[in-house]
Design a protein around this ligand. Structure first.
Ligand code: KG4
Length: 340
């Protein structure tokens, strides 16, 4: 079939997004953020579902318009089935089902985590665009996940390591919260860290085997350090904020990179990709490029626009599933937790 055109819909958390991809080329990617959560210091599921209901029609309308396609040119509707917040997922799922039925086109369910990984296959007018070759390793780090994924093909992915407690993004958010920063905390810590001394403070690193991650000990050690120092000097946070952020960020990046290096060496794979919200972190991006020089890695670091939740990654995943004839039944229900 020529000109395979897929509409992707993403509504797993607090971003409503729609995108159109034609033959792997991105025609549009519209994201409606939800500012309503800022005041609460985290995503409020009930408010997220309501905001998706408000945003979904205009977002899809805009994506179709920006792509300059008509609904009759869409070959399939790809949507995020999970993991995510159930109420949020239900909005995208129900809309996708209704649209697919009314257009008489296949419905394609997409795993949100696999979609993050396949972001590296989106053609978006980057000169000399070259996607990764299989197999490759992807460090998938977000607010809800920290995983090392062995990517064998567009559909076959094996999680070889993951966090046993908090995700890296959660750790960044917690660090910012302890320092009185905003939510989400990752971008705040990143900006602060750029002005600080990354070796000012020594924080606990987990002693955990294999390719597993753990960030709860680091979080606690950071909390205790700040609490103890604040007892001695109530201006401690104000005076040392940048050093605290830089030291925390360095420790997270070291933890992430140590296991990624181990996986690369054990599996003899030197094609390495980053994905997920935390892959926007400037120190992590730099570390991956440094390792590329030292260990002769071929690296794939996503554009900032593709680090956060977006429907372009859902549409590209949908395109590969469409080509493989992997359609979904209309009765399929969303799932909140990872289904592997
Ligand atoms: O993938 P994502 O957009 O969605 C969820 O999994 O919810 O990831 C969001 C996470 C948040 O924890 C946020 O603090 C983190 O990604 N994040 C960052 C940066 N930008 C976003 N963490 C560190 N440095 C950043 N620059």
């Amino acid at each position: 079939m020529d000109n395979i055109t897929i509409l992707g819909i993403e509504s797993s958390c607090d971003d409503t997004s729609a995108a159109v991809i034609r033959n792997g080329e991105l025609l549009s990617n519209v994201i409606a953020n939800q500012d309503v959560h800022i005041a609460y210091g985290g995503v409020v599921p009930e408010l997220a579902s309501r905001a998706h209901q408000l945003n979904i029609v205009p977002t899809i309308h805009q994506a179709i318009k920006n792509a300059s396609v008509s609904l009759s040119e869409i070959h399939a509707i790809a949507y995020t089935r999970g993991p995510g917040l159930m109420g949020s997922l239900l909005v995208g799922t129900s809309f996708a089902k209704g649209l697919a039925l009314s257009l008489g086109v296949p419905l394609i369910d997409v795993n949100h985590l696999k979609a993050h990984v396949l972001v590296h296959f989106i053609h978006d007018n980057t000169p000399n665009f070259k996607p990764p070759t299989f197999p490759f390793l992807c460090l998938l780090v977000s607010g809800g996940n920290s995983q090392i994924v062995l990517v064998k093909s567009y559909s076959e992915m094996e999680i070889i390591g993951q966090t046993i407690d908090d995700a890296a993004g959660e750790a960044f958010d917690k660090c910012a919260k302890i320092l009185g920063g905003p939510y989400p905390g990752g971008p705040f810590v990143d900006v602060m860290a750029q002005q600080g001394d990354a070796y000012a403070f020594n924080l606990n690193k987990p002693r955990i085997g294999g390719y597993q991650y753990s960030f709860s000990g680091l979080k606690t050690s950071f909390l205790y350090l700040v609490r103890d120092e604040m007892k001695k000097n109530p201006a401690f946070i104000e005076q040392r904020k940048t050093d605290l952020c830089a030291s925390f960020q360095r420790t997270v990046v070291e933890i992430l990179m140590e296991k990624l290096l181990k996986a690369s060496q054990d599996y003899h794979i030197s094609t390495i990709a980053l994905a997920g919200g935390v892959s926007a972190n400037s120190a992590l991006r730099k570390a991956v490029e440094n390792y590329a020089h030292i260990y002769n890695w071929t690296t794939f670091v996503p554009k900032l626009a593709f680090t956060t939740d977006n429907a372009a990654m859902v549409a590209i995943t949908g395109m590969y599933k469409f080509k493989a004839g992997e359609y979904s039944d209309i009765s399929l229900t969303p799932f909140a937790k990872t289904l592997v």
